[in-house]
Design a protein around this ligand. Structure first.
Ligand code: ZN
Length: 346
């Protein structure tokens, strides 16, 4: 099968086309003919290389994928060749303490398709049948592939971990990212007032189109923390979504109302930031982490996409051969929404 791989950890130059042997599904697995696979920031981290991630090179990345079942392994029930599917990228053992509690993303053997195991930037992928979700006929497989990682992550982050409620004000830092554009839609759907910060006039318009009630440009408004404070009637907001990290952390904390919650699933500008601990106890703030999702959360959010209540934002669709250009685009950060790689035809 044809694939694009990372030949070793490194820059854009390590992304190369290759021909690989056809993978065979083991017990409990299916082989999917990949139609589309979306890019995530995670793909950039995997390509650059982290200790033991991915486990070996060459590596096939791509955490989000959709396609058509092409072969079914032993002991797979309820799935057949020809079924249109989208794949939950979270892999968990199902047996450890955390899995028994239903907390798949805390699994001791937690892994992600495309990161710890080969993913969707290839004509075929082998995945556990437990990770499949059926795609209804009215949803294109390109649209389906744009959804899994960012919507499941944003859903767990806001609905389960931050436990947002109707009427609360949710501030999303950096509206252009995939998780954050999903977060704007989910917070809006949950009945929250949604505020967002972003870096250009075009992104401000796009954030408003997604449902943000108020958007500010943090490049032009360097003292944006003050703007949030004033606009909230010197109260602050109930929830801040900060996946930006060191560049915004201190201002995000200051933007919270008493009893407010800061939730994070990432730190794109760096993982180290100063926290004024006095703010935490005086204002009784909550710092909340989140990552990926459980199977139940994945199913719940995909159902809302099938119903049209949440709509994946697609910046552009590129062919698999242009994967290197896709990485370059995502690294530049000028996209709004997902870059989807079309691997095969529907
Ligand atoms: Zn486990």
């Amino acid at each position: 099968m044809k694939a694009m791989v990372y030949t070793e950890p490194g820059g854009l130059e390590v992304i190369e086309p290759i021909t690989l042997p056809m993978p065979e599904p083991a017990r409990g697995e299916v082989r999917v003919r990949v139609v589309a696979s979306a890019l995530n920031h995670l793909d950039l981290w995997v390509r650059r290389g982290m200790p033991d991630i991915p486990p070996s090179f060459p590596h096939v990345g791509g955490c989000d994928m959709s396609g058509v079942i092409d072969a079914v392994g032993e002991e797979v029930h309820g799935w057949a060749v020809g079924d249109r599917v989208v794949i939950n990228p979270t892999l968990s053992c199902g047996q450890c303490e955390w899995c028994r509690r239903g907390e798949d993303p805390l699994c001791n053997d937690f892994a992600i398709l495309g990161e710890h195991r080969w993913g969707g930037f290839a004509e075929y992928v082998v995945v556990p049948a437990l990770n499949l979700e059926r795609v209804p006929a009215h949803i294109s497989l390109v649209e389906a592939a744009a959804a899994p990682l960012v919507y499941a992550t944003a859903w767990r982050m806001l609905i389960t971990q931050a436990a947002i409620r109707p009427g609360e004000t949710v501030l999303v830092i950096g509206a252009g990212g995939g998780v954050n554009s999903a977060a704007i839609q989910i917070a809006r759907l949950a009945g929250c007032e949604v505020w967002a910060t972003t870096s250009s006039a075009e992104k401000m318009e796009a954030a408003k189109a997604l449902g943000a009630d108020f958007v500010l440009n943090y490049v032009e408004d360097e003292a944006w923390g003050r703007t949030i404070y004033q606009r909230s009637g010197k109260r602050g907001v109930d929830v801040v979504v900060d996946n930006v990290g060191s560049a915004s952390w201190a201002t995000s904390l200051r933007s919270l109302a008493k009893g407010g919650r800061l939730v994070t699933v990432g730190a794109t500008t760096g993982p180290l930031a100063e926290t004024d601990i006095r703010q935490i106890f005086w204002k009784q703030l909550h710092l909340i982490g989140s990552t990926m999702s459980t199977r139940g959360e994945f199913s719940a959010v995909m159902r809302l996409i099938w119903q049209g209540k949440l709509r994946p934002v697609i910046d552009r669709v590129i062919p698999l051969a242009d994967l290197r250009a896709g990485h370059e685009l995502l690294e530049g950060g000028n996209q709004f929404g997902k870059i989807v790689v079309q691997v095969g035809e529907e």
